[in-house]
Design a binder for this molecule. Structure first.
Ligand code: NAD
Ligand code: GLY
Length: 370
């Protein structure tokens, strides 16, 4: 017998990937709602992978809700932070799985932001060559981006996200109530990834965000539910067309080429990923304008919106040489040639190279003098 749902604004979006398809459920109060978990694969054991910050907020709630799904539910708490997204921390997950004698049907629950999600997903992809996992994202960035699409992995000292696997979750559960405890800076960083979907795929979404950015900043449930739903719809559509990024999926990296250079150039953790992406989008918009693709008014619109979302829009002055050097180790670069996601027209993006001289002009224009 199925339990009646106690969550509100329930929505469901399918990610269509043949036999690896799965639903994304979005709602307020999903975590504690027993009916959310009825479709979890049968398994005697479940392992909640979380971190020390999120555990104290939400782990017990999840443990109670899934208790009837498994004979035993275990928990592993990872240290918090991007600097811990490495082999050593990943091993803590394998340690827990082995110490509890977990079999190949064991379900992993990734409860946290993108760091926990990427690591738990990679552990699920590799433990006994693959066990099912469920994404339970608790940051805005993770709800609108990282929990969907199956990119999992860890950092290497020489490069971010360089070790990993494509491995799809069995279910994504976005409980927007969890966003109420997110620190403001983390919230704004997540908004950058929501705003991203406008210029690359849906100009109407940009209009909607402009009209509703204050409601979003106040974290009103209806506004959040709409932003998460539309973002997940777009991401699910892109991933459904190009799961392994042989083409179209690269547009999701709008702003990331400049953004990754900012993150790496300043040292990881100085700027949040979403902050660097937001500023990177301003730079990529200027590049699109200088390539003759979009009118300057669109560059100004995006810049103003990112500012209203609490994001930095002026880059750090690393110097054009350092930016170019860092951007050449981007995963999209081919034979040392940097590829940028540019906006062809509002709502449509593509991948292109650009003359170094033009890129230098953009860097000079968009970065704070040293
Ligand atoms: P994060 O996972 O570090 O979380 C940000 C901070 O918020 C952490 O301190 C975390 O403990 C805390 N937190 C999480 N949920 C909370 C809550 N509800 N209340 C209070 N605090 C909470 O960062 P993130 O921005 O979620 O994710 C960034 C990571 O995601 C990066 O490693 C990036 O590479 C990765 N990423 C992956 C993909 C993908 O497709 N797999 C896409 C984008 C980003
Ligand atoms: N966040 C980029 C991707 O999932 O492809």
């Amino acid at each position: 017998m199925s339990a009646a749902s106690t969550a509100s604004v329930l929505q469901e979006i399918p990610v269509d990937l043949g036999d690896r398809s799965y639903p994304i459920t979005i709602g307020a109060g999903l975590l504690a709602d027993a009916s959310t978990w009825e479709r979890v694969p049968q398994a005697s054991q479940g392992l909640i992978v979380t971190n020390t910050t999120v555990a104290s907020l939400y782990a017990e709630r999840l443990e109670r809700a899934i208790a009837s799904r498994h004979a035993a539910v275990h928990r592993v708490e990872l240290p918090d932070g991007e600097s811990h997204k490495n082999w050593q921390t990943l091993n803590l997950i394998f340690d827990a799985l082995l110490q509890h004698g977990c079999d190949r049907k064991t379900v992993l629950y990734a409860l946290g932001g993108g760091v926990v999600g990427d690591m738990a997903g990679f552990a699920a992809a590799s433990y006994m060559r693959g066990v099912p996992f469920i994404q339970v994202p608790t940051t805005l960035l993770a709800q609108v981006d990282s929990s969907v699409g199956g990119k999992t992995g860890i950092n290497h000292p020489l490069g971010k996200n360089m070790i990993g696997a494509f491995y799809q979750p069995a279910l994504v559960v976005c409980d927007i109530e969890t966003l109420s405890t997110l620190p403001p800076r983390e919230f704004s960083a997540g908004l950058a990834e929501v705003i991203k979907y406008g210029p690359i795929a849906d100009a109407g979404l940009l209009d909607w965000i402009e009209a509703n950015v204050e409601s979003l900043m106040r974290r009103e449930t209806a506004a959040l539910a709409h932003a998460v739903r539309r973002s997940c719809e777009i991401k699910a559509w892109v991933v459904g067309q190009d799961e392994r990024e042989s083409g179209l999926r690269a547009i999701l990296n709008f702003g990331h080429t400049f953004g990754h250079a900012i993150e790496a150039g300043l040292g990881y953790g100085e700027w949040l990923h979403g902050e660097a992406v937001g500023c990177g989008m301003v730079m990529a918009m200027h590049l699109s304008h200088r390539l003759g693709l979009v009118d300057i008014s669109w560059v100004e619109r995006m810049t103003a919106l990112l500012r209203r979302a609490g994001l930095p829009t002026v880059g750090p002055q690393l110097g054009p040489d350092r930016y170019l050097e860092l951007m050449r180790i981007d995963k999209k670069a081919e034979a040392g040639q940097i590829k940028f996601v540019v906006i062809d027209r509002p709502g449509s993006a593509s991948l292109r190279s650009a003359p170094d001289a033009l890129v230098r002009e953009v860097i000079d224009q968009c970065c704070r003098p040293g």
